[in-house]
Design a protein around this ligand. Sequence first.
Ligand code: CP
Length: 314
Amino acid sequence: MRHLLSTKALTRDEAIGLLDIAEDMAAVQEREVKKLPTLRGKTVVNLFFEDSTRTRISFEAAAKRLSADVINFSAKGSSVSKGESLKDTAQTLQAMGADGVVIRHPASGAPHLLATSGWIDAGVVNAGDGTHEHPTQALLDAFTMRRRIHGAAARGKGLDGIRVVIVGDILHSRVARSNVWLLETLGAETTLVAPPTLVPVDTAGWPAQISHDLDASLAEHPDVVMMLRIQAERMHGAFFPDSREYSRLWGLDDGRFAQLPATTMVMHPGPMNRGLEIAAAAADSPQSTVREQVANGVSVRMAALYLLLSGGLD
Ligand code: CP
């Protein structure tokens, strides 16, 4: 595999192999000198057509810690505003010597198009495409779960038997889609909890249970509760319950958080709508992995760039 476009395409061995390399990269992050010479002479382009804080900065840090040169491209302020196409934008960056392209785009399938069109030779990493997939987010989520559950013995392990409840705006969530496939590959059991209007119509083939009852799902004491952001910017005509009703029925509020066992992990990919899908008490608790997820994202993205740009995923 020359590209990382989807978790659905990853085998169990590939996923665990990448998580194990991320463990090696995490060990590098704990050293005084955090850099490796591995990608010296390579150029990584961060091609962002949508806003991002965590993913863009994390890929930039990951590439720099592997000694690659980094070019950051944001559609805002570029010639995209003059009508330049994805093809011409990508070929312009290729002409500047890109070996790897990390792309975030509002259109589902844009990274796949870039990887398969023949427009560019670079390896392509999907950093989030529309409502489709966000594979490195799911990989860093799995890495975080595996580390919390298995600690120093995490290497070589999957997430067999781990029960994960993913709650919120599943309809618009590329994070949920990437997690559903990766969690299945790693042996976990997933339940998706959402209002009926925020469940995609195509979940019949997904390896996950669907529920609309958060309290019933939490009463089964899952190992992980992953809250998702309400994506108000993507609510094109979809019915959205009002904020107070949403919080009351599907939010991890103070009352629900207090009922969770102390061992339940509370995850959120960020950015969070505090007070809507998650209360501050839950987001800032020792059970919360929100900041760990961000830190682990650098190690996971170092592993992905290393594997792609050194031919390790071929
Ligand atoms: N989790 C995530 O993708 O965050 P950003 O949109 O800030 O990159």
